[in-house]
Design a protein around this ligand. Structure first.
Ligand code: PLP
Length: 407
């Protein structure tokens, strides 16, 4: 274990005695012993671990930090709401202000319901589709959270999920419209919805999202876009605005409140209204702390060049990384949309690939850049050209080191 992370691993060892796994699944030490585990503080584009090491943070709380850590205007709006109260049993008119903003900005939004997380939003959207169509089966593609239906047939994570739920949850191959058509053909009149991320590290082929929507509608199913990750990053109106494909229903969360815990479902009035027949309610759904933060965040996105900036920085980062890691004799590729970039390691030998990746990321972290080895990264409004330059420099060095150790 590297001394650089001594405090992190001391805490981790203690945590494992009182918290199963020590941390939540996605936060396990990415390179055991050679990667930070616990954060102490964050500001702007930086995060500091408990050992006092400073990093350029490209994980941004897994996408929920859009403007930068501890962004004053957002925190001040949240504090002002605390001073008034943010949690009563009554709902608050603050929800109307925020709902009107989503309706104005997001192409598919005619009506809105709020919740607290991405899993809330995607699960609520699926519930709506089942009520609307009276059907049980669903088709999903991508990561949608931790709910039973969402982890069904998802990379072996469906332990603990009843077989009946797995049987109702179908999936298909991204960017392969025939594979989606086959699923619908084999389940005629039974599918309530297709819920899918618009993209992950692979971007949609021209016409793919349009055709997916068309197949849904031909089969009487609801087309749900899971924009939990892509909303407020691809465009003010999300990936649906960017790709000009308007879904029936959309799940939102993450960056809409710059780190405060909120989610939302938006969609066609006729479909959204069926939600009142079922239950989509929770104690904390009415809390206005996060709504106030979302209003402040969206006002900044509307009035400042936030989206332009994250695209610009993302493009520069991707360009710099391509020069630093591609064509160096190992199969490494820069992928993803510029506001959510990623570097893929595709060495033929799986074991060597894993070792190579670990050496690369250990070196990157040792030089003050924080990434996730397996999930794409996020650009924020606080990242600058200077952060890009340093990151590219560190990645170039890390690649050389990984090559010298593994190849
Ligand atoms: N949908 C997508 C596309 C996500 O990336 C995530 C979380 O990473 C979720 C849904 C689930 O959101 P949460 O973790 O807030 O429940």
């Amino acid at each position: 274990m590297s001394n650089r992370y001594a405090k992190s691993y001391e805490i981790f060892e203690k945590a494992k005695q009182i918290i199963p796994g020590g941390v939540t699944k996605a936060r396990v030490p990415h390179v055991p012993g050679r990667y930070p585990v616990y954060a102490d503080k964050a500001e702007g584009a930086y995060v500091w671990d408990v050992d006092g090491n400073k990093y350029i943070d490209w994980m941004c709380g897994y996408g929920c930090i859009l403007l930068g850590h501890r962004y004053k205007p957002v925190d001040n709006a949240a504090k002002a709401q605390i001073d008034k109260t943010f949690m009563t049993f009554l709902a608050s008119p603050v929800q109307n202000t925020l709902a009107e903003m989503l309706i104005a900005d997001i192409p598919s939004a005619e009506m809105v319901r709020f919740c607290k997380s991405g899993t809330d939003a995607t699960s609520g959207a699926v519930r709506i589709a089942r009520i609307y169509t009276g059907r049980d089966k669903i088709v999903r593609w991508g990561y949608h959270g931790w709910a039973d239906w969402a982890v069904s047939n998802f990379h072996g994570f469906d332990v603990g999920v009843p077989q009946v739920v797995r049987d109702l949850t179908l999936t298909f191959e991204y960017n392969n419209i025939d594979s989606l058509q086959k699923v619908f053909d084999a389940n005629k009149g039974q599918i309530a919805c297709l819920i899918m991320m618009p993209f992950e590290t692979e971007l949609p082929k021209p016409g793919f999202l349009e055709k997916a929507k068309e197949i849904c509608h031909k089969n009487g199913a609801v087309f749900i876009m899971d924009e939990v990750r892509s909303s407020y990053r691809m465009a003010l109106g999300g990936a649906q605005e960017y790709y000009k494909v308007t879904p029936d229903v959309t799940a939102l969360s993450k960056s809409m409140a710059n780190g405060y815990s909120i989610g939302g479902i938006v969609g066609k009035k006729e479909i959204m209204e069926v939600i009142t027949k079922g239950l989509f309610s929770a104690t904390f759904f009415v809390s206005t702390l996060e709504m106030a933060a979302a209003i402040a965040t969206i006002n900044i996105i509307r009035n400042e060049p936030v989206i332009k900036h994250i695209w610009d920085i993302g493009e520069k980062l991707q360009k710099g990384l391509k020069g630093a890691v591609e064509g160096k004799g190992v199969n490494v590729k820069v992928v993803g949309a510029p506001p959510m970039p990623f570097v893929q390691f595709n060495l033929e030998d799986k074991e060597q690939n894993e070792k190579f990746k670990m050496e690369f990321y250990a070196e990157v972290a040792a030089n003050g850049v924080y990434f996730h080895p397996n999930h794409h990264w996020f650009v924020s409004y606080s990242h600058t050209q200077e952060h890009v330059n340093r990151t590219v420099e560190v990645c170039e060095k890390a690649l050389k080191k990984a090559i010298s150790i593994c190849c």
